[in-house]
Design a protein around this ligand. Structure first.
Ligand code: GDD
Length: 328
């Protein structure tokens, strides 16, 4: 029988990569979409799967819409990737961030509990929950949380609700604690894509500089296309569980800048980078690096794309996009 998957956040970065993977495995894929006047399907088009998704309208902060959707589809698997996912905006929009990322999860879990208790649930948890928490410079499933932003705090609530529904009602609910994962369809607000888009524009003579905030922050950056395989694997196990997913290595924002400029043959990068305090955060997470023993041993998962390959892939995609714009 054809398996049914519901993906929230279908228009974001991870939704399209996950949808592609599930479609290749023969799933019928439903994508939850908010009501927009002008929705952007660019990321689905980029992966060539726009026509293969069944879109359904609903909203993470409208409980009744979720109840209806879960009741009518009764998906085998639900992947909750919807979020206000930009950490930087979460101070200014703390309430909205909390409603979507925390209460939205409660609504979705309630829908499963009441109307489709055999659905398996994946929660997009995040390394931002660790914040300052670390164990000798690494974070793993046992590291205490010390979130540093309203975003991180909202995700801690969602994490524990996901655990609690498993422990209280015996539902199959799993958290993927994903470290930063990027791709050519990453939003341009996020630092990696901001850098690769800026570098491409500078290379093509379309911009003179890139404005950035804290260059010292270190992140464990992997490729989103690899990470969605871990999400899928988490829902295929005998028992639900929580897993840290990352590469096990980290680089600074400055390292990313240097690698991106290097990919277009520019070495004197400093003259193109402007430090703008507007892009600094009220409280920073200085470094995140995953200890990946559990996901490697239990799921047999490992990221495949290296840091250098990732940077190159993103720069090349942005060169192509910007070249098209230049010739329009
Ligand atoms: N966005 C942005 N813009 N970040 C900057 C800039 C800038 O101009 N300059 C420096 N940074 C630094 C940020 O302060 C942060 O330390 C780091 O670059 C990465 O920022 P983002 O790319 O915005 O990602 P993030 O780490 O805050 O959050 C992402 O990863 C999380 C997983 O750890 C998001 O995808 C989250 O949704 C996700 O949960």
């Amino acid at each position: 029988m054809t398996k049914k998957a519901l993906i929230t956040g279908i228009l974001g970065q991870d939704g399209p990569y996950l949808a592609k993977l599930l479609l290749e495995k023969g799933y019928k894929v439903y994508g939850l979409m908010r009501r927009y006047s002008n929705p952007h399907f660019d990321n689905l088009h980029f992966l060539g799967i726009h026509g293969d998704i069944d879109f359904i309208e609903g909203d993470m902060i409208d409980e009744a819409s979720l109840l209806n959707i879960v009741k009518s589809i009764r998906p085998d698997e639900i992947y909750n990737l919807a979020a206000q996912s930009f950490v930087g905006s979460s101070w200014e929009q703390a309430k909205l961030t909390t409603e979507i990322n925390a209460l939205g999860v409660l609504y979705l879990l309630n829908s499963i509990k009441f109307l489709s208790p055999t659905s398996r649930y994946y929660q997009a948890s995040t390394s931002e929950m660790f914040g300052l928490g670390n164990d000798n410079g690494y974070q793993d499933e046992k590291t205490p949380f010390h979130p540093r932003s309203p975003y991180g705090i909202s995700k801690v609530y969602a994490y524990w609700m996901t655990v609690n529904f498993r422990e209280s009602y015996g539902l199959y609910t799993s958290n993927g604690i994903l470290f930063n994962h990027e791709s050519p369809i990453r939003g341009v607000q996020f630092v990696t894509r901001k850098i690769t888009d800026g570098v491409a524009k500078i290379k093509l003579g379309l911009a003179e500089t890139i404005s950035l905030g804290n260059l010292e922050a270190k992140r464990d950056w992997g490729f989103a296309g690899d990470y969605v395989e871990a999400m899928y694997l988490m829902l295929q196990q005998k028992e639900p569980d929580d897993y840290v997913v990352g590469t096990g290595m980290y680089h600074s924002v400055a390292d990313f800048v240097i690698a991106a400029f290097k990919a277009v043959g520019i070495t004197d990068w400093k003259k193109y980078v402007v430090i703008d305090p507007r892009f600094k955060r009220p409280a920073e997470v200085p470094h995140l690096r995953a200890r990946i023993d559990k996901v490697t041993q239990k799921l047999g998962w490992k990221s495949k794309v290296s840091f250098e390959e990732l940077v190159k892939m993103m720069v090349e995609a942005d060169l192509k996009r910007n070249e098209k714009k230049k010739h329009k």
